[in-house]
Design a protein around this ligand. Structure first.
Ligand SMILES: N[C@@H](CCC(=O)N[C@@H](CS)C(=O)NCC(=O)O)C(=O)O
Length: 204
């Protein structure tokens, strides 16, 4: 059994790592769960930007939630939480996590940092960017909506950590009021909420 330590804080993107660990049935030690962990020297030793999530697996540091959920799923191949390495379905996992990061989540993040003064002070906010962020997010969301209109989940029609990654972004999009026009994203969200270990927080 690997020794796993997760740096986390409630509803941040560390919720992806927690959800994947619970699905995997792997025990882990939780570190943080207090806002003072963000940017701390302890966290910077694992994630150079002091961001969450970050993880130590048998003492080896790993950051970025996409890399973390992928690594967790690969620790328990018998649980089939990810398409097997080397096959085409695994390429689709990489496709979707890359697409979601660059075509959806980047715009949500930009809107968030320009809305709260936790990351940058209000004096440095560029509120005008939010309209453009919403436009680009919707363009990416329409692609996911289309795919999820034809399949319950993103890879091979069954739940995987790809959906943990995607579900967090979809839910964040809902928090920003951007997914109401996408019926298949709304029903996807409901399928994810039904899972016993889902860590997503309802925004509606
Ligand atoms: N792309 C990263 C994003 C990490 C990230 O920005 N995490 C936020 C919490 S959701 C954070 O720690 N922010 C603190 C900061 O920006 O200093 C991932 O998916 O892990």
């Amino acid at each position: 059994m690997p020794e796993i330590r997760l740096f986390e804080l409630g509803p941040t993107r560390s919720a992806r790592a927690r959800w994947a660990l619970l699905e995997a049935g792997l025990p882990f030690e939780s570190i943080g769960n207090d806002v003072s962990i963000v940017g701390s020297e302890e966290l910077k030793a694992v994630h150079p930007l002091g961001k969450l999530p970050a993880m130590l697996i048998d003492g080896k540091p790993l950051f970025e939630s996409a890399a973390i959920v992928t690594a967790i799923a690969d620790l328990v191949p018998e649980k089939e939480l990810i398409a097997a390495p080397g096959g085409w379905s695994r390429n689709l996992h990489y496709q979707w996590i890359s697409f979601i990061q660059s075509e959806l989540e980047a715009f949500l993040q930009s809107t968030e940092v320009n809305s709260i003064d936790f990351i940058i002070p209000e004096s440095e906010h560029v509120p005008e960017i939010k309209l453009q962020n919403s436009k680009f997010f919707r363009r990416g969301a329409a692609v996911l909506n289309d795919v999820l209109g034809r399949s319950d989940f993103l890879v091979d029609g069954r739940f995987s950590v790809t959906d943990i990654y995607a579900g967090y972004a979809v839910n964040w999009g809902q928090e920003q009021g951007l997914i109401d026009e996408f019926p298949y994203l709304l029903s996807y969200q409901e399928r994810l909420f039904e899972r016993e270990h889902c860590t997503l927080i309802r925004h509606s």
